[in-house]
Design a protein around this ligand. Structure first.
Ligand SMILES: [Zn+2]
Length: 436
């Protein structure tokens, strides 16, 4: 069963989709060129104007935008920078990035921009099967980060009943959701698992709750098979991912036909795939860096924004009926994690995704990059459970890694206890390559 917010657009053929993207881009560019100091300056400096953009292919003539550009602009023009198409008095929402890798980036939205963000969230919620009949619980205190605020707004647009559960402890939240027949829970994967733990400690069974799906942002867990399995077995509910970035908005749609792949919402975003080193377009399915332009947030747009996220496109059409590109495994790595092995760009998380598809939660593994006779190589060390046939899993993993990465990767069985256990956020790569 597929669910749509705007069926006609979401199931449109690609040429129609691209036509629509182009007409919105034209509108966006002429507006920012006239009224947005950040883009006007950027395009003037690059010697391009909206008149030069006569097709989607022409978008390549425009310079990229990076998070660094926005940060620099805000440092020079405090506090909000110049990516403001409207007068400051028109803005109604403030958010900021988590700033884990430096100073947080501030972001403002007008009513129009905020409604657009909410609409994108409503599209994602709908694709996961959420309807006006659902009760969505947000079991945490809201801060200045945008993700869950967007979902909260999306729930409003959808007409679902939304409950903010800040200021309670975990047990109070568990009791609340059981008593009030909550059907959807929106929180990080880590917190969903924490709630399950607390419920168990108190002899409460979340599987008996009415929660039928969980909706996750802020961490990639909902696309990681091992984490999905943990959440669905603890909750008896299906996890969905809600990927987005403060700078561009929530671009991802995790439909019911996919376990671990997400659509880019091409009704509201223009998607490009580029080589991280050169910025040139990548032909075919990648991997490459995702570049996004949002089409409905004219007040503070991100145009050709370098996400730094590495993605790979699925080759098959999704059975849900959407013709939007489908990202296999969601974001599979960050640009700065990329390593080059025998001329091929590889992301440790891509290797991890393949390995995790075929091993159990109790089986530890480690990815090692090393140099042998002057050649860089990759291998996977694996600690299988005793009941597993070691040679079968080695052959299977080698084959699957070769198919996915188009690269030979050795797989080596190691003795139990060799590999340190760690959670899914830990770094899985050990880099032992010679530095020449
Ligand atoms: Zn789909």
């Amino acid at each position: 069963m597929s669910f749509f917010w705007e069926r006609e657009i979401e199931t449109a053929e690609r040429d129609k989709l691209r036509e629509r993207q182009f007409s919105r881009i034209k509108e966006l560019l002429s507006l920012v060129y006239e009224k947005n100091p950040f883009y006007r300056k950027k395009y003037t400096k690059a010697g391009v104007s909206p008149a030069d953009i006569n097709s989607l292919e022409d978008m390549a003539k425009l310079p990229f935008t990076t998070k660094g550009d926005f940060l620099e602009d805000q440092a020079k023009n405090p506090p909000y920078g110049t990516n403001l198409t409207e007068a400051l008095s028109q803005y109604v929402r403030y958010h900021q990035t988590t700033g884990t890798t430096g100073k947080p980036l501030k972001w403002l939205d007008t009513k129009e921009g905020w409604l657009w963000r909410g609409k994108c969230a409503a599209m994602s919620l709908t694709a996961a099967g959420v309807t006006a009949k659902d009760t969505i619980f947000f079991p945490f205190a809201f801060g200045p980060h945008v993700a869950y605020w967007g979902i909260f707004e999306g729930a409003w647009q959808l007409g679902a009943l939304a409950v903010a559960g800040g200021g309670w402890d975990t047990l109070q939240r568990v009791k609340f959701l059981l008593e009030n027949e909550v059907t959807v829970v929106a929180c990080t994967p880590t917190y969903a698992l924490r709630m399950a733990e607390v419920a168990k400690e108190n002899n409460l069974d979340l599987r008996k709750s009415k929660v039928r799906l969980t909706f996750h942002a802020g961490e990639p867990g909902a696309l990681i098979p091992a984490v999905r399995e943990k959440i669905s077995s603890a909750w008896g509910a299906r996890p969905f991912d809600y990927p987005g970035l403060t700078e561009v908005g929530a671009y991802g749609i995790h439909c019911t036909a996919q376990e671990a792949a997400i659509h880019v919402n091409e009704a509201e975003f223009f998607f490009e795939l580029v080589e991280p080193q050169t910025g040139k377009p990548v032909d075919g399915s990648g991997p490459g860096e995702m570049v996004l332009t949002n089409l409905g947030r004219l007040c503070s747009p991100a145009i050709r924004f370098r996400t730094g996220d590495i993605v790979r496109l699925a080759e098959e059409k999704c059975p849900c009926g959407r013709n939007f590109v489908l990202l296999e495994g969601g974001v599979i790595g960050r640009v700065d994690e990329m390593i080059t092995i025998r001329g091929m760009n590889v992301f440790p998380s891509q290797v991890a995704a393949v390995v995790e598809r075929y091993i159990g939660v109790e089986e530890a593994y480690q990815i090692v990059a090393y140099t042998e006779r002057g050649m860089d190589n990759l291998k996977v060390l694996l600690e299988p459970t005793p009941e597993r046939d070691p040679s079968a899993i080695v052959n299977m993993l080698k084959l699957k890694l070769r198919e996915t990465l188009e690269l030979r990767v050795e797989v080596e069985i190691v003795a139990p206890g060799t590999i340190a256990r760690s959670d899914y956020k830990a770094k899985k790569l050990v880099d032992l390559r010679d530095r020449r």
